[in-house]
Design a binder for this molecule. Structure first.
Ligand SMILES: Nc1nc2c(ncn2[C@@H]2O[C@H](COP(=O)(O)OP(=O)(O)OP(=O)(O)O)[C@@H](O)[C@H]2O)c(=O)[nH]1
Length: 365
């Protein structure tokens, strides 16, 4: 999963470690020279005129006053003497440019890439590493924290929410056509069943011909109750009926489908607002494909504007996707990814765990 991004992050880590290491070695060598010069100088001064050591002419090379050495070099020299290496802005310049390119070419949204770079810079700059610690470790830790920072925005435990909420819990799914909403509803119904929660499906997609048949197939395969109205009916009314059915039959969760719509279709987006108003769902989940990259992120924002979302589900994460949507969507919308769809089977739904994803992205081959 997300192999392209994984490869790019891996080569960034190698290049960054190499670059920083090289620069650090150069600086170490210089620092060692400065140190040695200081020793020789101090010895020579002490021998020549022990009483005048404090007033040595700066031009003669007393390190503390040597302007060509600069404060950075002196700090490095001091750190070097105690077995540390300091990482400077210039060491990171090239690796960070490469990281930015790697992220953008993996379809990571610009503001998210900026944030990641900023965190890596913050974590590494002025960092003193013990000479025994590898630079690769440092780079990996900085990248780990930077990725986790953007991926885990707003994360909450979906199962805990369901467990704690008054029943029935109504969950409505939104998104564009064909991204896998209906399949996700069926998968989630199964996921809930495995955890001891009953669910009813309500087909709020009264727009598309054949939508009832499609969701009915899933309901029958899973042996779940389906609430559906005629094509052209009011989607809010169908989901409302689903809630009443759940209340009357002691069902825990109502899973409400909606018609796939383009975020540019004003009528359908207005209908979504109506569902939100009338049904007042406990949760609205935005569904899109992981492979849609930045388009998915843009659509999530637009759907969120019409009917506030509580989280996202990224489907088709099993297909070779760039990873950009998975990295960006939570940071941009402020709402977490809750599930990943990883196949067409009913059990191909994975609870999204930011820490797990970051570990997977940074795992050694
Ligand atoms: N490989 C893969 N395929 C998926 C996944 N989720 C859904 N699909 C497939 O994507 C196709 C579209 O899924 P649907 O559930 O019909 O999509 P939808 O969003 O409900 O579509 P509309 O009802 O047209 O809006 C189906 O062939 C699904 O089997 C997934 O996680 N991985």
């Amino acid at each position: 999963m997300f192999d392209g991004l994984k490869d790019k992050l891996s080569s960034f880590r190698e290049d960054a470690a190499e670059e920083v290491e090289e620069k650090a070695e150069e600086a170490d060598a210089e620092a060692a020279e400065v140190d040695a010069a200081a020793d020789i100088d101090a010895d020579a001064t002490a021998e020549a005129a022990p009483d005048e050591a404090a007033s040595t002419d700066p031009a003669e090379g007393e390190p503390a006053d040597d302007e060509s050495a600069g404060p950075g070099r002196l700090k490095r020299a001091a750190a070097f003497a105690t077995g540390k290496v300091i990482i400077e802005e210039e060491d990171l310049e090239e690796p960070l440019q490469d990281l930015e390119l790697a992220l953008l070419s993996s379809d990571v949204e610009m503001s998210v890439a900026d944030r990641i770079l900023e965190t890596v810079r913050e974590k590494m700059l002025g960092e003193t590493r013990a000479q025994v610690q590898t630079t690769d470790q440092l780079v990996t830790e900085a990248l780990h924290d930077a990725l986790l920072d953007v991926i885990s925005v707003g994360q909450f435990d979906f199962e805990e929410r369901i467990a704690e909420a008054d029943k029935p819990v109504t969950v409505v799914f939104t998104g564009v056509n064909g991204v896998g909403k209906t399949t996700t509803i069926a998968k989630l119904s199964e996921w809930l069943d495995e955890r001891g929660y009953s669910s009813v499906l309500a087909n709020g997609d009264t727009y598309r011909a054949g939508a009832n048949e499609q969701i009915r197939e899933h309901a029958e395969a899973l042996d779940r109750k389906l609430i559906a109205h005629e094509q052209g009916g009011d989607p809010a009314a169908v989901i409302y009926d689903g809630v009443e059915y759940a209340e009357a039959n002691d069902i825990d969760v109502v899973l409400g489908d909606t018609a796939g719509r383009l975020h540019t279709s004003n009528d359908l987006m207005a209908q979504l607002e109506k569902i939100d108003r009338v049904v007042d769902p406990d949760m609205t989940l935005f569904v899109d494909e992981a492979v849609a990259g930045q388009d998915a992120v843009k659509r999530a924002q637009e759907f969120d504007d019409a009917a506030a979302i509580d989280g996202s589900v990224l489907t088709k994460a099993d297909a070779d996707s760039s990873g950009g949507a998975a990295i960006s969507i939570a940071y941009v919308t402020g709402k977490p990814i809750l599930f990943l769809g990883v196949g067409q089977g009913y059990d191909d739904l994975r609870r999204f765990d930011p820490e797990e994803l970051v570990d997977e992205l940074l795992a050694e081959e």
